[in-house]
Design a protein around this ligand. Structure first.
Ligand code: COI
Length: 356
């Protein structure tokens, strides 16, 4: 894809870079931001005033609709640097399409493609020193849009702001990932917004996740809201199960995010000759497979989390520990995926998008 940077993106550079103050060897996910950010306002029926400015606080009225009705959507993407200093995005078209799909569901005006890619290229070129080479280092990119119109009437805003923030990142999960299969709470329902990266989808998970944390678990695997019998996704990741030699993941739906990592792994599995099925997975099937030794591994897949093996799951107050496999699908797929992302291998699917 050839990118033209729209001439109407203005740039104000920071007076003093903060990069020297950052310890790139020890980054807590999502806590450090680069020198610049992109923003653009929607007013009078159009996106305008596209600008790259120094990263910093913004001024916004406490009556802005985003604070009252959660009218906001976001994306998660990453940029990677290869050993020659080349900077790459991974399937950015997918994120672009998805943020507009999320926006549509949340009655937020869609964002223009040339501005999205133009801004992305420009800001990544400006802040590329913040991307460190080496497997495991990346730049997490957080585009988001929110309702800025002042007023607490419960209706869609007529003013919005779109941002792109950049955050140097390492691992999302640092230790073991232990999960609880949800028996009571739900993340999403049919006809709802579960498929969208709507801000409130994430906030609504915090309370049940805190309850899981009190019991020593890190995440909840959400089950279907009707019966709690089917395993859906983890909120920060889609979920894969390996029964024998077969990899299984739930189909996307109104309730499940169409994860970019999820669909990339399905393609990679096919390419590597790993049998993969997209079908509903029952809690009872997983427990049965655990008992008869068929459940080999469970792992989560997402942009931030990459591929995170699950070390234990809990259901009905019983914990099931999973063995650490030397030759897991999780590690094999992660290696293949990262080789593509970091420009260390061929890219048979044309997923890499070079920025500079
Ligand atoms: C991502 O993987 O980019 C996500 O959106 C998960 C996030 C909530 C950290």
């Amino acid at each position: 894809m050839s990118i033209t940077i729209p001439a109407n993106i203005t740039v104000e550079r920071t007076q003093k870079s903060r990069i020297q103050d950052v310890n790139f060897g020890s980054l807590e996910f999502g806590t450090v931001f680069t020198d610049h950010m992109f923003c653009c306002d929607f007013k009078d029926g159009k996106w305008q005033d596209a600008r790259i400015i120094p990263y910093g606080p913004m001024s916004i009225s406490p009556a802005a609709k985003v604070f009252h009705y959660g009218q906001a959507v976001f994306e998660g993407m990453k940029a990677y640097k290869d050993d020659n200093g080349g900077v790459f995005l991974f399937r950015p078209e997918e994120n672009f399409k998805r943020i507009n799909k999320s926006s549509k569901r949340m009655a937020i005006p869609e964002f223009p493609k040339e501005l999205f890619f133009g801004a992305m290229h420009r800001i990544l070129e400006m802040d590329k020193e913040w991307i460190k080479p080496g497997i495991g280092n990346s730049l997490y990119i957080r585009p988001f849009a929110m309702a800025t119109q002042v007023g607490v009437s419960a209706s869609p805003a007529n003013e919005y702001r779109f941002y792109i923030l950049l955050s140097p990142a390492q691992a999302y999960y640092t230790g073991e990932v232990k999960v609880v299969f949800s028996e009571h709470y739900s993340r999403a329902a049919d006809g709802g917004v579960g498929f969208a990266k709507a801000a409130g989808n994430y906030g609504a998970q915090f309370y049940p996740t805190n309850l899981a944390k009190e019991k020593g678990f890190n995440q909840v695997i959400w089950t279907d809201s009707h019966t709690h019998e089917y395993l859906e996704e983890a909120g920060t990741m889609n979920i894969f199960f390996r029964f024998g030699d077969t990899l299984v993941t739930a189909p996307t739906s109104d309730r499940i995010l169409d994860g970019v990592t999820r669909k990339s792994l399905l393609k990679l599995a096919e390419h590597l000759g790993i049998q993969a099925e997209v079908r509903s997975v029952k809690v009872s099937e997983v427990k049965e497979a655990y008992k008869n030794g068929e459940l080999m591994e469970i792992f989560g897949a997402g942009t931030a989390a990459v591929i995170s093996p699950i070390s234990a799951f809990s259901h009905n107050d019983q914990t099931y520990d999973l063995p650490v496999l030397a030759d897991s699908y999780a590690s094999m797929l992660k290696q293949k995926l990262m080789d593509i992302q970091y420009n260390r291998s061929e890219d048979p699917f044309n997923w890499r998008h070079q920025v500079c």
